[in-house]
Design a protein around this ligand. Structure first.
Ligand SMILES: [Fe+2]
Length: 385
């Protein structure tokens, strides 16, 4: 390797390394902490405590050797060999590589119902198909599993291929059908306005499964939209309204005889980089707003504007839930609803449950490490064929 490429500048607090991304500074504590020797190969947990050193770590000498940065420390008999790939990742992305950190594909009405469809049997037995499903759920936030077998274990077997079932006040599962004494508007035949589920829970469920067991009623089309797409449209059209919804929390509840959940949520959820990661919306589970009344003078018009946008046809996809299908969607991003139906025109029964977003991403990462990244090969170029 040529001399300039290995020139490392040591300072009192850290060092600068020439990387493909350019010369990049790394703090000594951080470098000592990411030394691969800090991780126990058996448990894969951290076995080094930076606070156990008599003084903050400081390099005596450092150089590049092949694809690692070798750091010789001043106050301990320890040499760290840190992969340059890790340093490059932090230099370019600010964080470690993550196969589950995939950009969201925002979608609109013209997407139709062309979401990924994959048979249940493939999800359960073929890691390539399972990876396609987890990738679609991260990128599109929605996918449809077809050919669900009708047994009682059918839904739990599918969920557990993605992650453990997370319970809600209703238990591990809930049934969406007409009930005599409903605990939720979903359990009636009326229309169900666009919403995300259970915002009254401190951590609302992340991924929702709706397995259609039977559907022979007139009407009752399922409605879906990409809340992140609507939020981004609001950001374009009215940045001040977007800012209000992304930076203030409003109260939600879920209340019945034996429970009284309450939580505050941001209607538009963003990550530290300001990217929209989801939305929380549910007028039937929204509590009396408790923002200052004068702030509400600005908040309500923004909120109403966002609710009205969610009714615009440009965002809405509607399709009929077919018996044997299971729709899976990101409950923090995909807003769903239902048109009303004629209760005595037939039977409509959906069974649902949840897992969380962390479990979904975990499954996707493990599949990626096994060589299944879920990418679907592009269609052959017909013009060239
Ligand atoms: Fe729902």
């Amino acid at each position: 390797m040529s001399a300039p490429m290995t020139q490392i500048i040591l300072t009192d607090t850290g060092l600068s390394v020439p990387l493909a991304a350019g010369e990049t500074y790394f703090n000594y504590c951080w470098l000592r902490d990411v030394c691969p020797s800090c991780i126990d190969p058996q448990t894969r947990e951290r076995i080094f405590d930076v606070a156990s050193l008599p003084s903050l770590p400081r390099a005596r000498q450092a150089h590049i050797e092949g694809d690692v940065l070798v750091v010789d420390w001043q106050s301990e008999a320890q040499v760290s060999r840190i992969p340059l790939a890790l340093l490059e990742s932090f230099a370019t992305r600010g964080r470690a590589e993550d196969p589950a950190d995939l950009p969201r594909n925002l979608w609109y009405a013209d997407r139709g119902a062309s979401f990924l469809r994959v048979p249940q049997q493939a999800v359960l037995t073929d890691p390539a198909a399972r990876a396609q499903l987890t990738r679609a759920l991260i990128e599109d936030g929605i996918a449809i599993v077809t050919g669900m077998d009708g047994g009682k274990d059918s839904l739990p077997r599918l969920v557990e291929a993605i992650g453990p079932i997370t319970p809600s006040a209703e238990g591990l599962f809930f049934d969406v059908r007409v009930e005599i004494a409903p605990t939720n508007l979903a359990f009636t035949a009326g229309p169900l306005e666009m919403h995300t589920d259970l915002p009254g829970e401190e951590a609302a469920p992340g991924v929702q499964f709706l397995h259609c067991l039977e559907n022979s009623v007139e009407g009752g089309l399922s409605l879906f939209l990409d809340g992140a797409a609507v939020a981004e449209a609001l950001r374009q059209e009215d940045p001040a309204a977007f800012h209000l919804l992304a930076n203030n929390k409003i109260p939600f509840f879920y209340r019945h005889d034996n429970w009284d959940y309450r939580a505050h949520q941001r209607v538009i959820e963003t990550d530290p980089e300001g990217r929209v990661t989801g939305v929380t919306i549910s007028q039937h589970l929204q509590d009396a707003m408790d923002l200052p009344q004068t702030l509400l003078d600005d908040y309500y018009p923004a909120f109403v504007k966002f609710l009205k946008m969610m009714q615009e046809e440009r965002f809405l996809v509607r399709f009929r839930s077919e018996a044997g299908n299971c729709v899976i969607f990101d409950n923090h991003r995909i807003v769903h609803g239902r048109e009303g139906y004629v209760a005595d025109s037939g039977k409509r029964h959906l069974r649902g449950c949840y897992t969380d977003r962390g479990a979904l991403r975990s499954t996707h990462r493990v599949l990626a490490y096994q060589g299944f990244d879920g990418r679907i090969a592009p269609e052959p170029d017909l013009q060239r064929a």
